[in-house]
Design a protein around this ligand. Structure first.
Ligand code: CTP
Length: 406
C-alpha cells in the first residue's frame, strides 16, 4: 500500500459507483468532496449507469467518467491500472452486496472490480442495500472479510429505505461520507495530542426565560474539533448552546453560562496539550439573575446590573505550565491591530482573526493567523477547509514550541 498522505499536493480519489438506488447520493458526494479540496475522478459500473448518468458525474467532477475496461482514452490501453495509480484512495459509494462479494473473492470482471483488485492505494466502501440483503449471513461474512483485508467500511446507516422497508442498509449521507473520507486522507499530524476547546455562544440568564447571548453558531469551533480529530487528536469540546451535531469522536461537554464553561475548562485543562478558545464568551452576566420572570411595570427604565465574566482563555494562558494556547478574535474593524493586541495581552501563541460581521453564522470564513512570526492570511473558504489549515498551522507551531506528548 502507498502512503495515504497524498502522492500529489492535492488529494485525489477515484470514486466508484455501483448499481444501487443510492447512486443518486454519489452526485452530491462529488460536490461535498470538492468542498473539502479533494479532486474526484469517477468510474461507474454498467448497472450504476442505469440509475444515474455519466454525464451528470462528469459535469460535477469536471473530469471524464470511465465505465469500460476497453476505454481507448487511456494511452497504454490499461485503464484498470492507470486510473488508480495517482490516487490517494478508491472510494466505492454506493457499494452493493454484489460488488462487496466480488471484492472479497477477488473477482475482476469489469473496470471497477479490476481497479480494486489491481490497486496500490487504500479502498473505502460505503455499503447500500436492502436490509435483508445487509443482514444476510453471506453479506455479513463478506463485510467481515473485507475488513480483515484492510478495507475501510463506512456505514451503512439504518432508517427508511427506497424499497419501502425500514432497517439497516441505507448509505450514509453524502456530507457524512465526505467528512469521513476527508478525515481518512488527513495526515495524523496531531496524533497523541489532547485538545481542549470551547465553542459556540454562552447564555447568561437574566430571569427564568430571558438571557444575554450572541449570534455565534459554533460552526467554526465544531469544524476545528472535526479537523483536530481527523488529524489524530483526542478532543474535549466544551460547547455553549448550539444546534449542531456533535463531532464524531469528540467528548462534548454542553454548558450554558461562561461560569459553567470556565468550570469545565478548569476540570480538564491539566491534561490538555492544546487549548483552543473559539467560544464567543459573554463578557458580562447579570449580577443577580431572577428566579422568576420579570414582569412589565410602569417604570420608564429597567436596569440590569452586569458583572464581568472570567476570561477563560486568559486564565488558561496564564497558568504556570499552560497548554499551547490558541485564541479567536472577532472584530468589526481594525482587525489585525486589535487581534495582535489581544494575542499579546492574553499571551497566546496563536490568535486567529476574523471579521465578526463576515464570520458569524456563515458556512465559510476568511481568517488571518497571527503568531510570533507575523500574520498569515488564508483565503476565504468553507469553514471545514479553514479548520484544516488552522490545525496544520498549530501542528507546525507545536513542533517548534511545546513539549511532545510522552
Ligand atoms: N474568551 C474567553 N473568555 C472570555 C472572553 C473571551 O475565553 N470571557 C476567549 C474567546 O474564546 C476568544 C478570545 O478570548 O478566543 C477572544 O476574546 P474577546 O472576547 O474577543 O476579547 P476581549 O479581550 O474580551 O476583547 P473585546 O474588547 O473585543 O471584547
Amino acid at each position: 500500500m502507498t502512503d495515504i498522505q497524498g502522492k500529489t499536493g492535492r488529494k485525489k480519489i477515484l470514486l466508484g459507483i455501483t448499481g444501487g438506488v443510492a447512486a443518486y447520493k454519489a452526485a452530491e458526494l462529488v460536490r461535498r468532496l470538492g468542498d473539502r479540496g479533494i479532486e474526484v475522478h469517477v468510474v461507474m459500473t454498467e448497472a450504476a449507469c442505469g440509475f444515474i448518468t455519466p454525464a451528470t458525474l462528469q459535469a460535477l467532477s469536471g473530469h471524464p467518467v470511465y465505465t469500460d475496461m476497453w476505454d481507448g482514452r487511456i494511452a497504454n490501453g490499461m485503464p484498470h491500472i492507470e486510473l488508480s495509480r495517482d490516487k490517494d484512495a478508491i472510494v466505492v459509494a454506493p457499494a452493493t452486496a454484489d460488488f462487496i462479494a466480488k471484492c472479497v473473492h477477488g473477482l475482476a470482471d469489469d473496470l471497477l472490480s479490476t481497479l480494486c483488485l489491481a490497486r496500490d492505494c487504500p479502498l473505502i466502501v460505503a455499503p447500500a442495500m436492502n436490509r435483508q440483503m445487509w443482514e444476510h449471513p453471506a453479506t455479513q461474512r463478506n463485510v467481515a472479510q473485507l475488513r480483515r483485508d484492510g478495507v475501510t467500511v463506512l456505514g451503512p446507516d439504518s432508517g427508511d429505505q427506497a424499497c419501502g422497508e425500514t432497517g439497516m442498509g441505507r448509505m450514509l449521507e453524502a456530507v457524512e461520507l465526505a467528512e469521513a473520507v476527508s478525515a481518512f486522507l488527513e495526515p495524523k499530524i496531531l496524533k497523541g495530542r489532547r485538545v481542549l476547546m470551547t465553542a459556540g455562544p454562552t447564555f447568561e440568564p437574566i430571569d427564568a426565560v430571558r438571557g444575554i447571548t450572541n449570534r455565534s453558531s459554533g460552526k467554526m469551533g465544531y469544524a476545528i474539533a472535526r479537523a483536530a480529530i481527523a488529524a489524530g487528536a483526542e478532543v474535549t469540546l466544551v460547547s455553549g448552546p448550539v444546534s449542531l451535531a456533535a463531532p464524531v469522536g469528540a467528548v462534548v461537554l454542553p454548558v450554558q453560562t461562561a461560569n459553567e464553561m470556565f468550570e469545565a475548562v478548569k476540570k480538564h485543562v491539566a491534561k490538555a496539550d492544546i487549548f483552543i478558545g473559539v467560544a464567543a464568551v459573554a463578557d458580562y452576566r447579570s449580577a443577580a439573575p431572577r428566579r422568576h420572570k420579570i414582569k412589565k411595570t410602569e417604570e420608564e427604565q429597567l436596569r440590569i446590573d452586569l458583572v464581568p465574566n472570567p476570561d477563560i482563555l486568559g486564565w488558561v494562558a496564564s497558568r504556570p505550565k499552560p497548554p499551547f494556547c490558541v485564541g479567536f478574535a472577532a472584530e468589526s474593524r481594525n482587525l489585525d491591530a486589535y487581534a495582535d493586541d489581544k494575542r499579546r495581552r492574553k499571551k497566546v501563541k496563536l490568535m486567529i482573526a476574523n471579521l465578526a460581521q463576515d464570520a458569524i453564522g456563515a458556512d465559510d470564513n476568511e481568517v488571518s493567523l497571527l503568531d510570533d512570526r507575523g500574520t498569515h492570511r488564508l483565503p476565504r473558504a468553507p469553514k471545514d477547509l479553514v479548520a484544516q489549515q488552522i490545525v496544520s498551522h498549530i501542528s507546525g507551531l507545536l513542533g517548534r514550541n511545546t513539549r511532545k506528548p510522552g
